[in-house]
Design a protein around this ligand. Structure first.
Ligand code: SF4
Length: 330
């Protein structure tokens, strides 16, 4: 018998995996990648558990769910119920590929308000076509028996009946298991972070072209929207470097040459007045910016090349910091 572990790389899914492995079940781990990226490290935990890891993007199917979730959003832009349904459907596809017959998750009943209420767990299993196939070792004793328990592959008496948001039992169990490190709870989902609410709303509303490709840009820099034009300004050297890597193949970027200022990035589709906007951005956010034409390094695809941007009309609003602030999207 083989199970597929949905491994975020956080504490709960790691514990769920260890519990089932200790019963002699063969496990493969699956990490589903958010289009927005995340900071979890599933490789390290799969290595700790000694099981192979498959990574699979949630991709455009997730963006579709994000745009029109059948079961609505949580407190920010998080379509948790639809997201879980999709994750289980993607899990089923991988189960078929690797010959697994059930899915293992680290969910704890009642831990998250939207997707982990008991009745919601049943709904998600049903909608995903996975009834009886989802084993939740941390809360299993509170839930109906699943297929691997009925088959006797998994001993229900060695599973747990935890509910709620306390993390104490998880930390104690991690200690008992003697993990070489204690993974933190799974990294916060960007979609639940109210600091990103405006820019996520813009992304859902406006960015219809290649959405899952531009999605990773949302996490970095300061974001501005002028109508449909999207401009990202690096906040520090780290942002500039990350955005420079991400913008290649997804738009254009500009760095100052010979003066101090942030990177200025335009995800596709780049606007026709890009020169005017970038010139203004360097004056508003740069330091000791020279008057007259600005020497810059342009980034597009795999190429870097020098460009010179010229002073826009003096009445251009892009030279005005108040105008930028009014279009800042959190
Ligand atoms: S918190 Fe994020 S990743 Fe988790 S179920 Fe909700 S939308 Fe999906």
């Amino acid at each position: 018998m083989k199970g597929l572990l949905l491994l975020s790389g956080g504490l709960d899914s790691s514990l769920a995996g260890r519990i089932v492995l200790d019963m002699g079940v063969d496990l493969v781990a699956l990490h589903l990648e958010s289009p927005f990226g995340c900071d979890n490290n599933p490789e390290r935990m799969a290595q700790e558990l000694g099981i192979p890891l498959i990574r699979k993007p949630k991709g455009d199917r997730f963006i579709d769910v994000l745009r029109e979730p059948e079961f609505g959003y949580g407190s920010v832009a998080n379509p948790c119920i639809d997201c879980r349904i999709l994750m289980f459907q993607l899990g089923q596809e991988v189960m078929d590929e690797v010959g697994a017959t059930f899915l293992v998750t680290g969910e704890v009943a009642g831990q998250r308000p939207m997707s982990q209420k008991k009745e919601t767990l049943f709904l998600i299993d049903r909608e995903a076509g996975m009834e009886g196939k989802i084993l939740r070792p941390l809360s299993a004793r509170l839930l109906p028996e699943t297929f691997p328990e009925q088959e006797g592959w998994v001993d229900r008496n060695r599973l747990f009946g935890w509910a709620g948001r306390s993390r104490k039992p998880q930390l104690e169990l991690a200690k008992q298991f003697g993990f070489s490190f204690t993974p933190s709870p799974a990294g916060g989902c960007l979609l639940t972070d109210s600091n990103f609410k405006e820019r996520l709303g813009d992304f859902i509303r406006i960015d219809q072209e290649r959405p899952s490709e531009v999605a990773p840009l949302i996490r970095f820099g300061r974001h501005f929207r002028f109508g449909e034009t999207w401009v990202i300004v690096g906040r520090d050297a780290q942002d500039n470097q990350t955005l420079e890597g991400l913008i290649r193949g997804r738009g254009m970027g500009f760095h100052p040459e010979g003066f101090t200022g942030p990177g200025v990035f335009f995800p596709e589709p780049c606007p026709p007045d890009m020169e005017t906007i970038a010139f203004g951005a360097f004056h508003v956010f740069g330091k000791r910016v020279p008057e007259g034409p600005l020497p810059l390094r342009a980034i597009m695809g795999d190429s870097d090349y020098p460009v010179t941007f010229h002073d826009p009309q003096p009445e251009s609003p892009y030279r005005n910091s108040v105008y930028w602030n009014a279009h800042w999207r959190h």
